[in-house]
Design a protein around this ligand. Structure first.
Ligand SMILES: *[C@@H]1O[C@H](CO)[C@@H](O)[C@H](O)[C@H]1NC(C)=O
Ligand SMILES: *[C@@H]1O[C@H](CO)[C@@H](O)[C@H](O)[C@H]1NC(C)=O
Ligand SMILES: *[C@@H]1O[C@H](CO)[C@@H](O)[C@H](O)[C@H]1NC(C)=O
Ligand SMILES: *[C@@H]1O[C@H](CO)[C@@H](O)[C@H](O)[C@H]1NC(C)=O
Ligand SMILES: *[C@@H]1O[C@H](CO)[C@@H](O)[C@H](O)[C@H]1NC(C)=O
Ligand SMILES: *[C@@H]1O[C@H](CO)[C@@H](O)[C@H](O)[C@H]1NC(C)=O
Ligand SMILES: *[C@@H]1O[C@H](CO)[C@@H](O)[C@H](O)[C@H]1NC(C)=O
Ligand SMILES: *[C@@H]1O[C@H](CO)[C@@H](O)[C@H](O)[C@H]1NC(C)=O
Ligand SMILES: *[C@@H]1O[C@H](CO)[C@@H](O)[C@H](O)[C@H]1NC(C)=O
Ligand SMILES: *[C@@H]1O[C@H](CO)[C@@H](O)[C@H](O)[C@H]1NC(C)=O
Ligand SMILES: *[C@@H]1O[C@H](CO)[C@@H](O)[C@H](O)[C@H]1NC(C)=O
Ligand SMILES: *[C@@H]1O[C@H](CO)[C@@H](O)[C@H](O)[C@H]1NC(C)=O
Length: 796
């Protein structure tokens, strides 16, 4: 630990030594820029016509949520045939719905490194939202990025790398919006921990403010804003601002981040929506760039003040807020609505949503008309869910026991194998710090969960498969029975009832790690003594295969145990969980998932940590919760690299296959000769930022070959070294800037091509307030995991 602390000191601040006094305020960037409808011109004209028909009261009602049948509701205006807007959770399913599918979580989709899978997942989830009458989906997730492995919501996003997250968010946004539904990329920004994300009340009644996320400008751009820029470029209709503060100023009233970075620098044309209850002021949030207040409450009957509604009307009437600002908010909200054709025969809100949400009617102006209960699940969606979860399963160890060869005697162990005993929605509902012990984890919890209409458990699918082979399936699901009775459960003795007889050919051990919105993970170790269960089984079974469900990173202390012959990480696979797993176990699917984060050897060496202490929990200082991001750009693999990866058990990007692959022939070609250091200042600002930032400067190609006996998909990854090319101090050595997923038959070779954009080769120059190419030659590596180059070259 002392060694690590010493190392930490040498990179504190990333760019410069950390000075807390610099992080006590956030500069005001006013006024909020008007949308000009770039990219959405026709719809913008329609939105203007619509706006022209509205009274001031209607305008302020339209930007303020109200009660209704959905998680969030915008009133309709009958006179204009506008039936209102229905906003529903969340990123892996339409949550408050019956007869809907539960898809694999973001972390699974990220682990696929598969653009097509990411796009289709967005498309299919979007189709289900539309079928249920929801115009606006609250997802995908670009923040948390995964700065700290303990983060309770990391699994909702796609992985702890801004480039991977950026591509994944962009593909998902395109998919959702191609289905005719508005995407809400969230949570902007710095919501990297759940602990104290919202204000609390001390024993003496003092309001203790939310944690203040304090990030330097460069890190903000290169890590945290980065994937949001991709989402904006992909046309995300909405961006949700977050609960936390930034340099002391609340996320939904931080004009520097909303007006300055999002609307000016990134040219965002859609609307900023608040997280639920993240609005702590009226006039200040409107001025700072917030466009839609959720869940709102217009001040008639709602108990929680929104600070908007009638107050927003008053603020215009008394001259504090110009009406043009409210007009801009309305235009930002209505333009994507027209752009996606939501004014034309959009399905009515599914009646079951209203039953689930408990309130069927708006209390202002318009009653929500409800449609029939629709089954939005399709064969195509179900098949996709099964395949997507299987393809993205990460195999981190395999000494040859997988795929299974029709074993005749299978033993299943652990509390993650079977059905959840407290009901399908209790598996994931609520913002509970922990779950009931029994049951497989197919989703995480909180608003990002799904209501399962069915769930195929691993045990159920294994039984079905074993039946085909005439195999025995014996099981002990109670972890305590296994760890207490110990070896007797695996090796029969006369007086043990809970015994596997005869000893199994293969022992499948299911362990898990819960994670949910509202809480950070208390441990990175598998829960419910998962390690004890594995060790107990492995002591007596020389073919022990471990399957982990749940959040990653997870510590795998048993990884080197000789009897642990394979380890699979299937994260939160969705409703087809068991089927997806059996496809992988038996080799119908060759796993091609790769870790979208690093797995450290132990909790002690993992970093950075969430901010939490007994002193903070007991504080009466409103400002006590401060989270300095002193590590700068050094999160996840960038962090571990500082210690020469000595703390790494399994690196970012790592994942085994049932076949093997080789890379060769890296070739680079420049697309622009003598590119200027800064982007063309005369290029227009389009959604995503200065248009020239998205100019491809180089392509790199390499050939990848399947050198094994079975078909499989390789995931070649390209890393660049900006540090050695002259980027300033605080630049990590190697950073992901390209990836692909390639299907290869045995012996087959294909060429992969990586397109390197100006932004992706630049660092954020704090003085110039612009992306700048380093002056030297940029080295590149291509490999199948972080830190292990198969081929190298340079951009020259
Ligand atoms: C927070 O403060 C740091 C240091 O002054 C600055 O670099 C950064 O841009 C500020 N961020 C915001 C959102 O105000
Ligand atoms: C937005 O447009 C209105 C005209 O519709 C104008 O009065 C206002 O000044 C503009 N606001 C900004 C910030 O440019
Ligand atoms: C509303 O719909 C009705 C019936 O389709 C139509 O007659 C009327 O013109 C529409 N009104 C507006 C403002 O579009
Ligand atoms: C309007 O503002 C007042 C004073 O801040 C507050 O008490 C009230 O709850 C607000 N109304 C709404 C709808 O939020
Ligand atoms: C105008 O109204 C807003 C909202 O009620 C209020 O916050 C503000 O103090 C008022 N300003 C004046 C000058 O009355
Ligand atoms: C899963 O992988 C296979 C093989 O690469 C591919 O054909 C299939 O389309 C993938 N399925 C999904 C849902 O991405
Ligand atoms: C965990 O399991 C081991 C068996 O490997 C056992 O020795 C230990 O007591 C268990 N720990 C707890 C907290 O139950
Ligand atoms: C591995 O399993 C065998 C039983 O098959 C057992 O005899 C042996 O002790 C186990 N090895 C370890 C290291 O636990
Ligand atoms: C594993 O254990 C089985 C008995 O359960 C035995 O038949 C087999 O030889 C063992 N294999 C190894 C590699 O030790
Ligand atoms: C935060 O600290 C409190 C008090 O020490 C503790 O009860 C809680 O479990 C901690 N939370 C996490 C996620 O570690
Ligand atoms: C990492 O490697 C460098 C160069 O080989 C060496 O100087 C440094 O001491 C190493 N650091 C650690 C923590 O092993
Ligand atoms: C490259 O561009 C710089 C200015 O951006 C210019 O000074 C230099 O002469 C150019 N070099 C060549 C070889 O064109």
């Amino acid at each position: 630990m002392a060694l690590l602390a010493a190392l930490a000191a040498s990179f504190v601040g990333g760019v410069a030594a950390w000075d807390p006094s610099l992080y006590t305020s956030s500069p005001a960037v006013l006024p909020s820029p008007n949308t000009t409808g770039i990219g959405w011109e026709e719809a913008f004209a329609k939105a203007k016509d619509f706006l022209a028909e509205l009274t001031l009261e209607e305008k302020t009602a339209l930007v303020t949520g109200t009660t209704g049948p959905c998680a969030g509701n915008i009133i309709g205006i009958e006179r204009l045939n506008f039936t209102g807007l229905c906003l529903q959770d969340g990123p892996l399913a339409i949550r408050q719905a019956t007869y809907a599918s539960v898809f694999p979580a973001g972390v699974n989709a990220g682990a696929s490194f598969d653009r097509e899978l990411l796009y289709k997942r967005g498309l299919y989830i979007g189709e289900e939202f539309k079928g249920k009458g929801s115009e606006i989906m609250l997802g995908p997730v670009a923040g948390p990025l995964g700065r700290t492995p303990w983060g309770g919501r990391n699994w909702e996003g796609f992985g702890a790398d801004p480039y991977l997250s950026g591509i994944a968010n962009a593909e998902t946004v395109r998919g959702i919006q191609d289905a005719g539904v508005q995407a809400t990329t969230k949570h902007y920004i710095g919501n990297e921990q759940e602990t104290q994300r919202n204000p609390s009340t001390a024993d003496d009644g003092t309001t203790i403010e939310s944690v203040s996320t304090n990030i330097d400008d460069r890190t903000m751009h290169e890590l945290y804003v980065f994937p949001f820029a991709d989402a904006v470029r992909a046309g995300s209709a909405s961006i949700m601002c977050s609960y936390n503060r930034l340099n002391g100023s609340y996320g939904c009233q931080n004009s520097k981040m909303l007006n300055g970075v999002l609307k000016e620098e990134l040219g965002f044309q859609g609307y900023v929506m608040s997280d639920w209850g993240a609005v702590h002021s009226g006039v200040a949030t409107i001025e700072s760039g917030l466009d839609m207040n959720m869940p709102g409450g217009i001040g008639f009957t709602n108990s929680t003040p929104s600070f908007w509604g009638a107050n927003a009307t008053a603020a215009v009437t008394n001259g504090t807020i110009p009406e043009s600002r409210i007009d801009d908010m309305v235009l930002r909200i209505m333009t994507p609505y027209f752009h996606l054709g939501q004014d034309k025969s959009f399905p009515l809100v599914d009646k079951s949503s209203a039953d689930i949400n408990g309130v069927a009617k708006s209390n202002f102006g318009y009653d929500f008309e409800l449609g029939p209960i629709v089954d939005v699940r399709t064969e195509e969606h179900t098949q996709f869910i099964r395949e997507a979860a299987a393809n993205s399963t990460v195999l981190v160890k395999n000494t040859g026991s997988l795929p299974l060869k029709k074993p005749k005697n299978i033993a299943v162990f652990g509390n993650d194998a079977g059905d959840f005993v407290a009901g399908l929605y209790s598996l994931t509902a609520g913002f509970s710090a922990d779950t009931v012990e029994q049951g497989t984890l197919a989703s995480g919890g909180g608003s990002g969960t799904g209501r399962f209409s069915y769930l195929v458990t691993p045990l159920e699918a294994i039984k079905a498969k074993a039946k085909e082979d005439g195999a025995l399936v014996q099981f002990i699901l109670d972890n305590e029975v296994i760890t207490t009775d110990g070896i007797d459960t695996i090796i029969p003795t006369e007086d043990t009832m809970d015994t596997i007889v005869p000893p199994a050919d293969v022992c499948l051990v299911f362990i898990k790690s819960w994670a949910t919105e509202g809480y950070d993970r208390a441990t990175l170790e598998p829960q419910h003594n998962g390690t004890g269960v594995v060790n107990t089984v492995a002591a007596a079974c020389n073919n022990t295969i471990v399957i982990h469900n749940g959040a990653g990173p997870v510590i795998l202390p048993f990884a080197s145990h000789p009897n642990v012959t394979a380890i699979l990480l299937s994260h939160f696979p969705g409703q087809e969980s068991g089927n997806s797993l059996v496809d992988v176990l038996y080799g119908a699917v060759n796993p091609s998932g790769h870790l979208p984060y690093t797995i450290p050897k132990s909790e002690d060496v993992a970093s950075p940590r969430i901010v939490n202490s007994t002193a903070l929990v007991e504080t009466t200082d409103p400002n006590a919760w401060q989270d300095p991001f002193t590590e700068g750009l050094f999160i996840d693999y960038r962090y571990y690299a500082l210690q020469n990866n000595s703390a790494v058990a399994y690196p970012f990007g790592f994942g085994l296959s049932y076949t093997s692959f080789a890379l060769a022939d890296l070739a680079v070609s420049a697309l622009v000769s003598n590119a200027s250091a800064l982007p063309d200042a005369s290029a227009p600002i389009v959604p995503g930022g200065n248009k020239d930032l998205w100019t491809p400067l180089y392509t790199a190609t390499a050939s990848v070959t399947n050198t094994g006996d079975v078909a499989g998909a390789a995931v070649p990854q390209l890393y660049v070294n900006l540090a050695a090319a002259g980027a300033p101090a605080g630049t990590p050595a190697w950073q992901l800037r390209g990836f692909d997923r390639v299907d290869l038959a045995p012996g087959e070779t294909k060429t992969v091509e990586f397109e390197l954009l100006r932004r992706d080769l630049s660092f954020w120059d704090v003085e110039a307030q612009q992306w700048r190419l380093p002056s030297g030659t940029i080295d590149v590596q291509v490999g199948f995991q972080y830190g292990k180059a198969e081929v190298t070259g340079s951009l020259a």
